[in-house]
Write a protein that binds this ligand. Structure first.
Ligand code: ZN
Ligand code: ZN
Length: 203
């Protein structure tokens, strides 16, 4: 780790003149840190690897250093679909995460990598999805085991009013931009018409 602006074990003790009281409060806060060649900023989403090699994700809300020099990162966890559902619904994407208010301090050394978490519209509008791209469209509340907004308030698509799924392929109405399943509008995916207009807009 570099010296300037970043937590380090070799940080000189800055508390010679500090009172005991102050030395117990969050002493040194940083906006970024560099670890194993990766720069992490407050606001970035960090990847933590579990013992099982599973990845956990958390937004960095604070980078700070204890008086003794040990550096921490405060993460606001993202929950994975498998944390939220006993049976993951079909409309949940492989890259889907749920943000939360659950915060936890971890040692900076546990940071493994960083990823991007997009909104669902931003994720959906991408033509290619890299490995480090995830999305979120709801917040998970662990204490009540609920999602905010609840699933029945999630945006729907098509005539069949299905919840929009990143796993489905849609045809988009050229006029209103609404998405439809190919079978629901009796269209073959191979014969997609770029200027296709849905029945509602044709009326
Ligand atoms: Zn449909
Ligand atoms: Zn339309």
């Amino acid at each position: 780790m570099k010296r300037t602006n970043e937590p380090s074990d070799s940080e000189p003790a800055p508390r010679k003149h500090a009172s005991r009281k102050q030395s117990d409060s969050p002493h040194n806060e940083f906006s970024r840190l560099k670890l194993n060649g990766t720069v992490y900023n407050v606001g970035d989403v960090a990847v933590i690897k579990e013992y099982t090699d599973d990845c956990c994700f958390g937004k960095i809300v604070k980078i700070w250093c204890k008086a003794k020099g040990q550096a921490f990162v405060r993460l606001r966890w993202y929950y994975k679909p498998s944390d939220v559902f006993s049976t993951v619904p079909v409309f949940i994407g492989v890259d889907e995460l749920f943000n939360s208010d659950h915060e936890q301090d971890v040692y900076v050394q546990t940071l493994y990598d960083k990823v991007q978490v997009l909104s669902f519209p931003d994720y959906s509008s991408r033509s290619e999805i890299d490995e480090d791209i995830f999305f979120t469209r709801a917040r998970y509340i662990p204490s009540t085991n609920q999602l905010d907004p609840p699933i029945d308030a999630w945006p729907t698509v098509c005539l069949c009013k299905a919840i929009q799924s990143p796993n489905d392929v849609y045809v988009e109405c050229e006029q209103c931009g609404r998405l439809y399943h190919f079978p629901c509008v009796h269209m073959e995916q191979e014969k997609v018409d770029k200027d296709w207009v849905c029945s509602a807009c044709r009326q």
